[in-house]
Design a protein around this ligand. Sequence first.
Ligand SMILES: CCCC(=O)SCCNC(=O)CCNC(=O)[C@H](O)C(C)(C)COP(=O)(O)OP(=O)(O)OC[C@H]1O[C@@H](n2cnc3c(N)ncnc32)[C@H](O)[C@@H]1OP(=O)(O)O
Length: 252
Amino acid sequence: MSKILYTNHGEYEKLLINKPDKGNSIDFEVIKELNHYLTAIKQSSKSKYLILSGAGENFFCTGGDLHKILSYKDDRDKLEEYNFLMCEVLYKLLTLPKQTIAYLNGYTLGGGCELASACDIRIAKSTAKIGFIQGKLGVPTSWGGGTILKEKLQYDKWFTLLTEANIYSAFQAQKIGFVHELIKGKKVDEIEQYLSRSKEVSFEVTSTYKQIAIEKWEQSALFDRMKKEVSNALPHWFSEAHLKNIENFIKK
Ligand SMILES: CCCC(=O)SCCNC(=O)CCNC(=O)[C@H](O)C(C)(C)COP(=O)(O)OP(=O)(O)OC[C@H]1O[C@@H](n2cnc3c(N)ncnc32)[C@H](O)[C@@H]1OP(=O)(O)O
């Protein structure tokens, strides 16, 4: 079964991470499929928006697949490859020449928050729970998402979000500025209503604005800085504290 569900709605395309029985967590297959669709969308699509969300009702994405990560604990090359590939996915998503919207339809934790940070806008279901919990697991952000968010959020809010490593309600995450809008009712209708606010602005105009941001990120070597984040984080993945935290989750 596909780990990513793709649909084209004309004005917008949608990608759903499709592992709801495992928290829509990220493994190599998810990465490969995300990469495939993002490349295809970048090359040929004429839709105005991309919506990224999670299949099912409970999870946007709970970050790395902890079962798989633990199985690679003695294989440094594999974990390095995993993190760098996900960093590439985040950069591809960040620099997609159209408006990208993360719809946080449930738990958005750890790497799930990094993935959401790569989108232009984050809309959350009012019951979603959101947190950069990496710090409490013994690792810093590891896919370049901390570096991306630094470009987007006020410094003190960014620092607090990462260092408290709390799980926030969608309302709190909106107050901090990570979430732009809350959705209370039927999700599809409300997202379409949200998109309709900019319906008089063409795809060409929207992508011109996006290009301004992309050029700034290119000039400031953002991708290199993201890769540095990955390299700096990697040693923490093998720390006793991190492995113990994962084992505790799996034993639950
Ligand atoms: C930068 C990359 C590094 C990171 O992403 S660090 C962050 C890693 N993520 C986490 O620590 C979150 C782990 N998940 C949880 O704490 C809980 O599942 C969560 C989200 C609070 C939800 O709790 P519940 O509603 O009680 O649901 P549950 O625990 O029974 O989960 C349902 C099934 O999904 C699985 N699951 C959830 N998150 C996962 C993950 N990240 N990796 C692998 N499997 C995961 C969970 O094991 C359970 O599966 P099963 O039913 O036991 O087979």
